[in-house]
Design a protein around this ligand. Sequence first.
Ligand code: NAD
Length: 355
Amino acid sequence: MKVLLTGGAGFIGSNLTRSMVLAGHNVLVIDKLTYAGNLSSIKDLIDAEKIDFSQLDLADASAIDDAMLQFAPNAVMHLAAESHVDRSIDGPGEFIQSNIVGTFNLLQASLKYTHTLSAASAKAFRFLHVSTDEVYGSLGETGAFTELTRYSPHSPYSATKAASDHLARAWHDTYGLPVVVTNCSNNYGPYQFPEKLIPVVILKALRREPIPIYGDGLNVRDWLHVEDHCAALKTALCHGTPGETYNIGGNNEMQNIELVSQICDLLDELQPNVDGRSYANLITFVADRPGHDRRYAIDSSKIQSELGWRPQHDRQSGLRQTVRWYLDNQAWWQSVLDQSYQLQRLGKAQAVAAN
Ligand code: NAD
């Protein structure tokens, strides 16, 4: 397939690009290269001419129209977004532009493009909209989000993702664009920007700096290895039914404190401190994130039973491989840290009207 993949220089997008190339697909990556976009994550693929790359902002509607018509894809995989909850608290404006307006522009460009195709090609075209479980809000002690759970986003990030999900479904229901939506739980793995929990913990520990845990550390997330997410996205693209939504999760719930302690144990084993002290001594509880959702859990039985996808990584080996990757790829994360972000805490500010 010829696939136009947005956000391919980001965490999940770069892993997905690599896996699409391995599967033999012809990929054009479109990415604005925000602070979170890192060309070094896919540089080898660009240099080897295994993918095409175009630095474009989804807010630029006419550039997106042109790229779509020139590349003439069979499918769009839409991952580009502002993705960090803490940043959305400090500056929601970028989230409105990229996540809502950007998705609108991409849907419109796709629709216009399908109008240039034969009826059979337009029917076979797919728009895969990649979203998050955060649109569903927070759970109590029990239960899990299904595809029928009512939307209840709490952060500016999740609110903009919810808006984009509704737009994607509306373009299917109203205009007949063959849209498939996926909502996935928290991902972990290689190439994740070091502002997110797992890389923050690893890199703070390696710098012997306090490892921050928000609130009481008892918030629960369902963690999925990024390679399992990519496999699910490929499955949803190739076998999902237009108009349908598929939840993706690892059935792998962990309290934040449990997760952080496991990472410290792995570091104690893989890169022990010379004085023998555990990295767990660096754990420091800090003020909670405003509006911090307590618990997320995903019921992914639909994609498992209807499309046959299953996660392959277990928690122990997935986390071990991830910690190992950050230890082995210092040049990658050091170049990221040498730019604008220095592992500082974000998301404490109140949004101001100017945003
Ligand atoms: P990321 O922040 O690592 O990467 C996002 C990429 O999108 C970056 O390369 C950035 O440059 C690009 N981008 C941002 N705004 C753009 C714009 N206006 N035009 C073009 N490119 C733009 O994000 P990620 O963690 O890889 O997440 C990718 C997608 O998956 C997002 O849509 C996110 O909502 C969704 N998702 C993420 C997770 C997770 O745990 N990371 C879980 C579920 C769903």
